[in-house]
Design a protein around this ligand. Structure first.
Ligand code: ADP
Length: 190
C-alpha cells in the first residue's frame, strides 16, 4: 500500500513506538523529526549544535530549519512510495509547509493518537528513568505539553476540515493500540 501519513498526538502518547510498528506493517519509512534532531545532537553536527538547547528546553525548533530537514528527508528514495511522519507537522505553519513540499501528491491521512495528559506525564517520567532523555524532566515535560496544547493540537482541526483526520485511543495495551491504528488506516487510506 502506498500511504502518505502523519501521526499526531501529545508527547507520551506512544507515537514513536507505534510509528515503528506501523512503518513495519505498511512497508513505509517512519520519519521522526525528534529522532533526527537527537541523532544530530549526539553526532555533534552543525544542526545538532543549533538545536541542542532548544530541544532541551521543550520549545520548538524554528520552522525554517525543521521544514528544510523534512523536505530533504522526503526527497530520499525510500519515501517515494509513502512515509509516516512522526512529530511533524507540529504547528499550523508547518502544515502549510508540508502541503507545499508534497505538491500534487498530498497526504492520505492524519492519524491522531489520543491520550489523557495525566497518563502521558506518568509515561514520560517513567521513560526518563529508562532512557534519560534531556527533555524528560517534569518541568520540561509540562512545557512540552503546553507547547503541544497551544501550537500542535490546533492541527487536528485543520486536517479534520479536510476530511483527513482519524482519531485512535492511545490508552491500553501496545498491541491493541497498533491494531486499532492499522484498522483506522486501512479503512480510511486510499
Ligand atoms: P515528543 O516526545 O515531545 O513528541 P519529539 O521526539 O517528537 O518529542 O521531539 C523532541 C523535540 O524536538 C521537541 O520538543 C522539539 O524541540 C523538537 N522538534 C521535534 N519535531 C519538531 C518540529 N516538527 N518542529 C519543531 N521542533 C521539533
Amino acid at each position: 500500500m502506498t500511504a502518505r501519513l502523519v501521526l499526531l498526538g501529545p508527547p507520551g502518547a506512544g507515537k514513536g513506538t507505534q510509528a515503528a510498528r506501523l512503518a513495519d506493517e505498511l512497508g513505509i519509512p517512519a520519519i521522526s523529526t525528534g529522532d533526527i534532531f537527537r541523532a544530530n545532537i549526539k553526532g555533534g553536527t552543525e544542526l545538532g549544535k543549533k538545536v541542542q538547547a532548544i530541544t532541551a528546553s521543550g520549545a520548538l525548533v524554528p520552522d525554517e530549519l525543521t521544514n528544510d530537514l523534512v523536505r530533504d528527508r522526503l526527497a530520499q528514495d525510500d519515501a517515494a512510495e509513502g512515509f509516516l511522519l512522526d512529530g511533524y507537522p507540529r504547528n499550523v505553519a508547518q502544515v502549510a509547509a508540508l502541503d507545499e513540499i508534497l505538491g500534487d501528491r498530498p497526504l492520505d491521512l492524519a492519524v491522531e493518537i489520543t491520550a489523557d495528559p495525566t497518563v502521558v506525564v506518568e509515561r514520560l517520567l517513567k521513560r526518563a528513568e529508562i532512557e534519560g532523555r534531556e527533555d524528560d524532566t517534569e518541568d520540561v515535560i509540562r512545557h512540552r505539553l503546553d507547547v503541544y496544547a497551544e501550537q500542535t493540537a490546533p492541527i487536528s482541526a485543520v486536517y479534520g476540515e479536510r476530511g483527513l483526520l482519524v482519531q485512535v485511543d492511545g490508552i491500553g495495551d501496545v498491541d491493541d493500540v497498533t491494531a486499532r491504528l492499522l484498522t483506522a488506516i486501512g479503512t480510511a487510506a486510499r
